[in-house]
Ligand binder design. Structure first.
Ligand SMILES: [Zn+2]
Ligand SMILES: [Zn+2]
Length: 170
């Protein structure tokens, strides 16, 4: 017997479907805006309209040094990041109205980075639900959410629909 999907699963599934639109070979992120049980917008990470995307022009890579905790020891690691795309959460803000966002929830496939979390914290949205962890900014973001009084939760037991997951290269 198949049970009816709960709302969390339903909206996260839609976020994952949106993420399949992304053309960045490094990361596919999808986000949806939900007010009550009403879907108000969907977005994914991508280049601005009319601008060649990662598939056409290649990723625009920058190298960053990150501080990582490995076996209780701090270590500096080099990491590459694609900056060609506007993040899914930022696109969601660009394509929705402030009035619609007041008191609403964002479902996003990946834990927001610091910049996105900072923008979401000032967007009227009061709840963020994510699936995949993004440890790099996690401490800062959780701290921000706590101070802002926003609900921030991870759907740990969630499993995305088949065929929508892309392996992420580092
Ligand atoms: Zn890219
Ligand atoms: Zn981001």
């Amino acid at each position: 017997m198949t049970s009816r999907k709960d709302w969390d699963t339903y909206f996260m599934d839609i976020a994952y479907m949106a993420s399949t639109r992304s053309q960045c070979s490094r990361r596919h992120v999808g986000a949806v805006l939900v007010q009550g049980k009403k879907l108000l917008g969907t977005a994914y990470n991508g280049a601005p309209m009319g601008i060649p995307d990662c598939l056409e022009a290649g990723c625009m890579l920058v190298e960053e040094i990150e501080l990582k905790l490995q076996d209780g020891k701090e270590e500096l690691v080099r990491k590459q990041r694609c900056i060609r795309t506007i993040h899914a959460e930022q696109n969601l803000l660009l394509f929705t109205d402030r009035e619609d966002r007041e008191g609403s929830t964002v479902y996003v496939t990946d834990q927001p980075c610091w910049t996105c979390a900072n923008m979401l914290a000032n967007s009227g949205i009061t709840e963020i639900v994510y699936h995949r962890a993004y440890p790099k900014d996690s401490d800062k973001v959780i701290d921000l959410m706590t101070h802002r009084g926003m609900i921030f939760r991870c759907m740990e037991a969630y499993e995305p629909p088949h065929g929508v997951i892309m392996e992420v290269s580092n």
